[in-house]
Ligand binder design. Structure first.
Ligand code: PEP
Ligand code: MN
Length: 338
């Protein structure tokens, strides 16, 4: 961490800053040039609140030079993380994975029809929510464990892996037999108790970026899971809230290369929540693969416009099949398979 003092900072002010840094447990290296003093703080700075030092008198600015996350940082595993599933499928390798399914599991016929299509299109992961975080308490909240059992059966039938959202700690145990990958939704990205608990299990976790979260906050949230010893974490860009109203969220495609640079964790692009509009999902799915996404997550449904949740952003099955063909071309163009 670097503390730059103002040009007119007095010796007393500089000493007070040095004392505050030392009290925080770091070593301080002082450099005084012809106009300005720079203090380099070396040591355990990860947990320090920079504002504490910014507000001391005589300080011009404070900069971090090491990331506040350690296990999520690229340096921890420069070669990148490949999350492996028991059937041999991977997320983070050369092959771009595809996670597709309804927003919510609705009934047996729906999830079996979708599973068949997901398999036929060449995707490996079946998604579906059984516990739904809905903005309105009056909206469909999901079928719970019985729904998850249906999705698990469908996945078994077609040789697929299941991805589903966990909303709270108490659900984990009951979900384990039916869940190959736990999704943490945008609204729970900073539910630190839930993240800690998911660090204790040995099952992959797909962590979605919060609605108004910075990339650094997403990486710090992943650190909670990694710190528990669960290294199978997959990040997901699903759009953030901005002032733009043409789309449901603003899909931050740039987050994909940024995260690849900062972290070794795989990153998924979710153009369904990223746009909120069926007509824009294919374009943003292709953009995400072109930008280096390790997987794509899309919502699909045989009667998309009648889906119990997120209907407007859900693709019809034939649209999904067409998209898979297009994604293969994009993947090949960027040196990946699909
Ligand atoms: C979902 O995947 O259906 C979902 C609720 O996602 P998010 O948490 O990104 O809104
Ligand atoms: Mn959804």
């Amino acid at each position: 961490m670097i503390v730059a003092m103002q040009e007119k900072a007095t010796e007393d002010q500089i000493d007070a800053v040095i004392d505050a840094l030392v009290e925080s447990g770091v070593n301080v290296h002082r450099t005084t040039g012809s106009t300005q003093t720079i203090l380099a703080a070396v040591g355990p700075t990860a947990g320090l609140d920079l504002r504490k030092f910014e507000l001391l008198s005589g300080v011009l600015y404070v900069h971090r030079i090491t990331a506040p996350y350690k296990l999520a940082g690229r340096a921890f595993r420069p070669e990148g993380t490949v999350v492996e599933f028991p059937n041999g499928a991977t997320i983070g390798g050369k092959q771009v994975a595809v996670i597709a399914g309804p927003c919510a599991i609705e009934n047996r016929e729906q999830i079996f029809t979708i599973a068949k299509c997901v398999k036929a299109a060449g995707a490996g992961f079946l998604r579906g929510g059984a516990f739904k975080p809905r903005s309105s308490p009056y909206a469909f909240q999901g079928l719970g464990i019985p729904g998850l059992q249906l999705m698990h059966e469908a996945a078994q039938e077609y040789g697929l892996l299941t991805v589903t959202e966990v909303m709270e700690i108490s659900q984990i145990e009951a979900m384990l037999p039916f869940t190959d990958c736990f999704q943490v939704g945008a609204r729970n990205m900073q539910n630190f108790n839930l993240l800690r608990e998911l660090g204790q299990i040995r099952r992959p976790v797909l962590l979605k970026r919060g609605i108004a979260a910075t990339i650094e906050e997403l990486l710090l949230s992943s650190e909670y899971i990694l710190a528990g010893g669960n290294y199978d974490v997959i990040l997901c860009e699903r759009g953030i809230r901005t002032y733009e109203t043409s789309t449901r969220n603003t899909m931050d495609i740039a987050a994909i290369p940024v995260i690849h640079k900062l972290s070794h964790l795989p990153i998924v692009g979710d153009p369904s929540h990223g746009t909120g509009r069926r007509d824009m999902v294919p374009a943003m799915a292709k953009a995400a693969v072109a930008a280096g996404a390790d997987a794509i997550l899309v919502e699909i449904h045989p009667n998309a416009d009648k889906a119990a949740s997120d209907a407007a952003q859900t693709l019809y099955l034939d649209q999904f099949e067409q998209l898979m063909g297009e994604l293969r071309v994009i993947a090949a163009a960027v040196g990946r398979t699909l």
